[in-house]
Design a protein around this ligand. Structure first.
Ligand SMILES: [Zn+2]
Length: 254
Protein backbone atom coordinates (compact mmCIF):
# COMPACT_ATOMS: atom_id res chain seq x y z
CA UNK A 1 0.00 0.00 0.00
CA UNK A 2 2.77 2.41 1.01
CA UNK A 3 4.60 1.61 -2.20
CA UNK A 4 1.50 2.53 -4.23
CA UNK A 5 1.32 5.89 -2.46
CA UNK A 6 4.99 6.56 -3.07
CA UNK A 7 4.53 5.60 -6.70
CA UNK A 8 1.52 7.96 -7.11
CA UNK A 9 3.37 10.71 -5.23
CA UNK A 10 6.34 10.47 -7.61
CA UNK A 11 4.12 10.32 -10.73
CA UNK A 12 2.05 13.38 -9.74
CA UNK A 13 5.21 15.19 -8.66
CA UNK A 14 6.78 14.64 -12.08
CA UNK A 15 3.54 15.62 -13.83
CA UNK A 16 3.31 18.84 -11.81
CA UNK A 17 6.92 19.67 -12.56
CA UNK A 18 6.37 19.09 -16.29
CA UNK A 19 3.30 21.39 -16.25
CA UNK A 20 5.21 24.14 -14.40
CA UNK A 21 8.20 23.88 -16.74
CA UNK A 22 5.90 23.98 -19.76
CA UNK A 23 4.15 27.13 -18.48
CA UNK A 24 7.48 28.80 -17.71
CA UNK A 25 8.99 27.64 -20.99
CA UNK A 26 6.38 29.61 -22.90
CA UNK A 27 7.74 32.77 -21.33
CA UNK A 28 11.24 34.13 -21.30
CA UNK A 29 11.74 34.43 -17.53
CA UNK A 30 15.25 33.10 -18.08
CA UNK A 31 16.31 36.15 -20.11
CA UNK A 32 18.02 38.90 -18.09
CA UNK A 33 15.96 41.95 -17.13
CA UNK A 34 17.45 44.89 -18.99
CA UNK A 35 18.30 48.20 -17.32
CA UNK A 36 14.99 50.06 -16.94
CA UNK A 37 16.64 53.31 -18.00
CA UNK A 38 17.54 51.93 -21.43
CA UNK A 39 15.14 53.03 -24.16
CA UNK A 40 12.44 50.60 -25.27
CA UNK A 41 11.75 50.41 -29.01
CA UNK A 42 8.41 48.68 -29.42
CA UNK A 43 7.53 46.97 -32.70
CA UNK A 44 3.89 47.10 -33.76
CA UNK A 45 1.98 46.62 -37.00
CA UNK A 46 -1.80 46.87 -36.74
CA UNK A 47 -4.35 47.98 -34.15
CA UNK A 48 -7.75 46.50 -34.98
CA UNK A 49 -10.70 45.32 -32.91
CA UNK A 50 -11.10 42.12 -34.96
CA UNK A 51 -8.58 39.32 -34.79
CA UNK A 52 -6.37 38.73 -37.82
CA UNK A 53 -4.80 35.42 -38.83
CA UNK A 54 -1.37 37.08 -38.98
CA UNK A 55 -1.53 37.80 -35.24
CA UNK A 56 0.17 41.10 -36.04
CA UNK A 57 -2.75 43.17 -34.81
CA UNK A 58 -3.36 44.40 -31.29
CA UNK A 59 -6.93 45.14 -30.17
CA UNK A 60 -7.38 48.82 -29.19
CA UNK A 61 -8.02 47.94 -25.50
CA UNK A 62 -4.76 46.04 -25.36
CA UNK A 63 -2.89 48.82 -27.11
CA UNK A 64 -4.30 51.24 -24.54
CA UNK A 65 -3.13 48.89 -21.77
CA UNK A 66 0.37 48.98 -23.31
CA UNK A 67 0.30 52.80 -23.30
CA UNK A 68 -0.84 52.76 -19.66
CA UNK A 69 1.93 50.34 -18.63
CA UNK A 70 4.56 52.49 -20.35
CA UNK A 71 3.14 55.65 -18.82
CA UNK A 72 3.15 54.07 -15.33
CA UNK A 73 6.78 53.12 -15.82
CA UNK A 74 7.45 56.85 -16.16
CA UNK A 75 8.61 56.59 -19.74
CA UNK A 76 8.70 59.47 -22.22
CA UNK A 77 7.19 58.67 -25.61
CA UNK A 78 9.55 59.85 -28.35
CA UNK A 79 9.81 59.56 -32.11
CA UNK A 80 12.74 57.64 -33.58
CA UNK A 81 14.47 60.87 -34.65
CA UNK A 82 14.16 62.26 -31.15
CA UNK A 83 15.40 59.01 -29.66
CA UNK A 84 18.56 58.80 -31.73
CA UNK A 85 19.39 62.47 -31.20
CA UNK A 86 19.25 61.94 -27.38
CA UNK A 87 19.95 58.22 -26.96
CA UNK A 88 21.30 58.52 -23.41
CA UNK A 89 18.20 60.18 -21.93
CA UNK A 90 16.77 57.61 -19.51
CA UNK A 91 13.28 56.04 -19.58
CA UNK A 92 12.41 56.72 -23.21
CA UNK A 93 10.09 54.62 -25.36
CA UNK A 94 9.70 54.72 -29.13
CA UNK A 95 6.55 53.06 -30.43
CA UNK A 96 7.11 51.98 -34.02
CA UNK A 97 4.53 50.79 -36.53
CA UNK A 98 5.64 49.03 -39.71
CA UNK A 99 3.94 49.11 -43.14
CA UNK A 100 1.49 52.06 -42.80
CA UNK A 101 -1.84 50.28 -42.25
CA UNK A 102 -4.95 52.50 -42.39
CA UNK A 103 -6.01 51.13 -38.99
CA UNK A 104 -3.07 53.00 -37.45
CA UNK A 105 -5.13 56.13 -38.15
CA UNK A 106 -8.52 54.72 -37.12
CA UNK A 107 -7.58 52.91 -33.90
CA UNK A 108 -4.03 53.75 -32.78
CA UNK A 109 -3.99 57.50 -33.49
CA UNK A 110 -7.00 58.37 -31.23
CA UNK A 111 -5.31 56.56 -28.33
CA UNK A 112 -1.93 58.15 -29.07
CA UNK A 113 -3.68 61.53 -28.91
CA UNK A 114 -5.48 60.59 -25.67
CA UNK A 115 -2.16 59.76 -23.98
CA UNK A 116 -0.16 62.37 -25.92
CA UNK A 117 2.14 59.52 -26.91
CA UNK A 118 4.51 59.99 -29.81
CA UNK A 119 5.15 57.22 -32.32
CA UNK A 120 6.88 56.49 -35.63
CA UNK A 121 5.18 54.90 -38.64
CA UNK A 122 7.29 53.35 -41.40
CA UNK A 123 5.60 53.65 -44.80
CA UNK A 124 6.13 51.39 -47.79
CA UNK A 125 4.34 53.53 -50.43
CA UNK A 126 3.65 50.74 -52.95
CA UNK A 127 3.21 47.84 -50.55
CA UNK A 128 0.73 45.48 -52.21
CA UNK A 129 -2.55 44.16 -50.79
CA UNK A 130 -2.89 46.07 -47.53
CA UNK A 131 -5.36 48.84 -46.71
CA UNK A 132 -2.90 51.75 -46.63
CA UNK A 133 -2.96 55.12 -44.91
CA UNK A 134 -4.24 57.87 -47.21
CA UNK A 135 -2.17 61.00 -47.80
CA UNK A 136 -4.71 63.14 -45.94
CA UNK A 137 -4.51 60.82 -42.91
CA UNK A 138 -0.70 60.85 -43.00
CA UNK A 139 -0.70 64.66 -43.12
CA UNK A 140 -3.17 64.96 -40.26
CA UNK A 141 -1.08 62.60 -38.13
CA UNK A 142 2.17 64.40 -38.98
CA UNK A 143 0.64 67.80 -38.25
CA UNK A 144 -0.48 66.61 -34.80
CA UNK A 145 3.21 66.67 -33.83
CA UNK A 146 2.85 63.17 -32.40
CA UNK A 147 3.73 61.04 -35.39
CA UNK A 148 6.98 60.82 -37.33
CA UNK A 149 6.91 59.06 -40.70
CA UNK A 150 9.84 56.93 -41.80
CA UNK A 151 10.47 54.71 -44.82
CA UNK A 152 10.17 50.94 -45.21
CA UNK A 153 11.20 50.51 -48.90
CA UNK A 154 8.86 51.27 -51.82
CA UNK A 155 7.44 47.81 -52.52
CA UNK A 156 8.03 46.16 -49.14
CA UNK A 157 10.72 43.89 -50.51
CA UNK A 158 13.39 41.71 -48.93
CA UNK A 159 16.47 43.85 -49.65
CA UNK A 160 18.81 40.86 -49.46
CA UNK A 161 17.09 39.38 -52.54
CA UNK A 162 17.88 42.46 -54.67
CA UNK A 163 21.10 43.53 -56.34
CA UNK A 164 22.75 46.64 -54.90
CA UNK A 165 21.33 49.05 -57.49
CA UNK A 166 17.77 47.85 -56.89
CA UNK A 167 18.23 47.91 -53.11
CA UNK A 168 19.50 51.51 -53.22
CA UNK A 169 16.52 52.46 -55.39
CA UNK A 170 14.06 50.89 -52.94
CA UNK A 171 15.67 52.73 -50.02
CA UNK A 172 16.07 56.13 -51.70
CA UNK A 173 12.73 56.19 -53.53
CA UNK A 174 10.82 55.32 -50.34
CA UNK A 175 12.67 58.19 -48.62
CA UNK A 176 11.65 60.56 -51.45
CA UNK A 177 8.02 59.41 -51.41
CA UNK A 178 7.71 60.02 -47.65
CA UNK A 179 9.49 63.37 -47.98
CA UNK A 180 7.03 64.44 -50.69
CA UNK A 181 4.12 63.90 -48.29
CA UNK A 182 5.44 65.14 -44.95
CA UNK A 183 8.57 67.11 -45.85
CA UNK A 184 11.19 64.94 -44.13
CA UNK A 185 12.17 61.31 -43.74
CA UNK A 186 15.02 60.33 -41.45
CA UNK A 187 14.14 56.90 -40.07
CA UNK A 188 14.16 53.53 -41.84
CA UNK A 189 12.82 50.04 -41.10
CA UNK A 190 14.04 46.95 -42.99
CA UNK A 191 11.15 45.02 -44.59
CA UNK A 192 10.88 41.53 -43.04
CA UNK A 193 13.82 42.59 -40.87
CA UNK A 194 16.13 41.32 -43.64
CA UNK A 195 19.38 43.18 -44.29
CA UNK A 196 23.13 42.88 -44.12
CA UNK A 197 26.04 45.30 -43.67
CA UNK A 198 25.71 46.60 -47.24
CA UNK A 199 22.17 47.75 -46.54
CA UNK A 200 23.20 49.46 -43.32
CA UNK A 201 25.70 51.49 -45.38
CA UNK A 202 23.10 52.25 -48.07
CA UNK A 203 20.63 53.52 -45.47
CA UNK A 204 23.30 55.69 -43.87
CA UNK A 205 24.41 57.04 -47.29
CA UNK A 206 20.76 57.88 -48.10
CA UNK A 207 20.75 60.32 -45.19
CA UNK A 208 18.74 58.33 -42.66
CA UNK A 209 19.73 58.77 -39.02
CA UNK A 210 18.58 55.32 -37.84
CA UNK A 211 17.24 51.97 -39.00
CA UNK A 212 15.28 49.38 -37.04
CA UNK A 213 15.35 45.63 -37.47
CA UNK A 214 13.16 42.82 -36.14
CA UNK A 215 15.86 41.49 -33.80
CA UNK A 216 14.05 41.08 -30.47
CA UNK A 217 16.31 42.64 -27.89
CA UNK A 218 16.90 45.68 -25.69
CA UNK A 219 20.28 47.33 -26.25
CA UNK A 220 21.89 50.70 -25.56
CA UNK A 221 21.93 52.83 -28.72
CA UNK A 222 25.39 53.51 -30.13
CA UNK A 223 27.07 54.18 -33.45
CA UNK A 224 27.64 50.41 -33.67
CA UNK A 225 23.93 49.54 -33.85
CA UNK A 226 22.22 52.77 -34.99
CA UNK A 227 21.45 51.19 -38.40
CA UNK A 228 20.46 47.80 -36.98
CA UNK A 229 18.46 48.66 -33.88
CA UNK A 230 16.65 45.79 -32.18
CA UNK A 231 13.07 46.15 -30.95
CA UNK A 232 10.75 44.71 -28.32
CA UNK A 233 8.34 42.22 -29.87
CA UNK A 234 4.59 42.43 -29.40
CA UNK A 235 1.73 40.16 -30.36
CA UNK A 236 -1.99 40.78 -30.68
CA UNK A 237 -2.89 38.24 -28.06
CA UNK A 238 -0.30 39.19 -25.48
CA UNK A 239 -1.53 39.68 -21.93
CA UNK A 240 -0.49 42.50 -19.59
CA UNK A 241 1.95 40.05 -17.92
CA UNK A 242 3.48 39.18 -21.29
CA UNK A 243 3.74 42.90 -22.13
CA UNK A 244 5.67 43.49 -18.92
CA UNK A 245 7.97 40.53 -19.63
CA UNK A 246 8.62 41.78 -23.19
CA UNK A 247 9.29 45.34 -21.97
CA UNK A 248 11.69 44.06 -19.31
CA UNK A 249 13.53 41.45 -21.37
CA UNK A 250 12.98 42.30 -25.06
CA UNK A 251 10.76 39.32 -25.84
CA UNK A 252 8.23 37.30 -23.92
CA UNK A 253 8.38 34.08 -25.90
CA UNK A 254 11.15 32.07 -27.44
ZN1 LIG B 1 6.88 45.47 -42.97
Amino acid sequence: MTLVFIFLYVIFGILGLVIILFALGRHTFWLPIRDRKLPRLVMLHQVTPHELPSGMNMPPERFERLLQILQKQGRTFVTMSELVSHPMTPYQVALTFDDGFADNYHYAFPLLKKYQAKATIYLAPDIPVIDKLQHSQILEMAESGLIEFGAHSVNHVNLTKLDDTQAIQEIEQSRDAVQRIVGSCRSFAYPYGRFDERHEKMVEAAGFTSAVSTRKKIEPISSANIFRLPRVSTHGKMSAVQMRIALARGRYRI
